[in-house]
Design a protein around this ligand. Structure first.
Ligand SMILES: O=C(O)[C@@H](CO)OP(=O)(O)O
Length: 229
């Protein structure tokens, strides 16, 4: 049996301000920093240790993983960062306040944008300041890989190659891995791992910085999962 730890980053400044974030590189709030430290202490209490870490290229996740590893005195383990673990790209909603969006577009539309796996948020154009194509960290992506908007189904499609190419081989080599991601990149992974229907995944809400333990059998099928508190 293998244990894999999934964890969403701690609260970000825009989580706190209730704004759509997506690929915007927003920092942790003070509360988010404390949450990350607490997550590390919880993992330490239960004697967890890791051989490898995986995270996105966004600082709220990178820092959360860093503070967790610091609590475990594990800053030395290899950490692989990939845009494929980024939050879902929220298009033209990025930066908008979620309550203001509800007032403008109605709760049903906003809820669809947020949770319907096949619904696209309004797209940006390549001229928009939020277009990731001018950001150095994405310079090796093809134009097709750089989103103007993204739904959860597409998030799954770009998370899975990273899961299959890097995380699965590490698990198969008996490495203990921790994956620090985002609400929707983890939702994408869990939809795949748990074979959740489109309907069921709409109900999946993932709290910030609470370690979520996946116990997997030899074939990497889920035995059970639970939060560590
Ligand atoms: O704003 C975002 O990028 C995400 C996560 O905070 O929001 P939501 O939960 O609405 O998908």
């Amino acid at each position: 049996m293998q244990k894999v730890v999934l964890i969403r980053h701690g609260e970000s400044i825009w989580n706190h301000e209730n704004r759509f974030t997506g690929w915007t590189d927003v920092d942790l709030s003070e509360e988010g920093y404390q949450q990350a430290k607490r997550a590390g202490q919880i993992l330490k209490k239960y004697d967890y240790n890791f051989d490898a870490g995986f995270t996105s290229v966004l600082k709220r996740s990178i820092k959360t993983l860093h503070f967790i590893l610091e609590e475990l005195d594990h800053l030395w383990i290899p950490v692989q960062k990939s845009w494929r673990l980024n939050e879902r790209f929220y298009g033209a909603l990025q930066g908008d306040n979620k309550d203001e969006a509800i007032a403008k577009y109605g709760i049903q539309q906003v809820q669809k944008w947020r949770r319907d796996p096949n619904e696209y948020p309004p797209a940006i154009t390549k001229e928009d300041d939020r277009y990731p194509g001018r950001d150095l960290r994405y310079k090796n992506l093809t134009e097709r890989e750089i989103p103007l908007t993204e739904n959860l189904t597409e998030t799954i499609d770009r998370v899975l190659p990273f899961w299959n190419e890097f995380i699965v081989p590490a698990i198969k080599q008996n490495q203990k891995v921790i994956i620090c991601g985002h609400g929707n990149s983890l939702r994408a992974l869990i939809k795949y791992m748990d074979n959740l229907s489109d309907e069921d995944v709409t109900k999946l809400e993932i709290p910030t910085a609470v370690p979520w333990i996946y116990e997997l059998d030899e074939g990497l099928n889920r035995i059970r999962h639970y939060y560590l508190e």
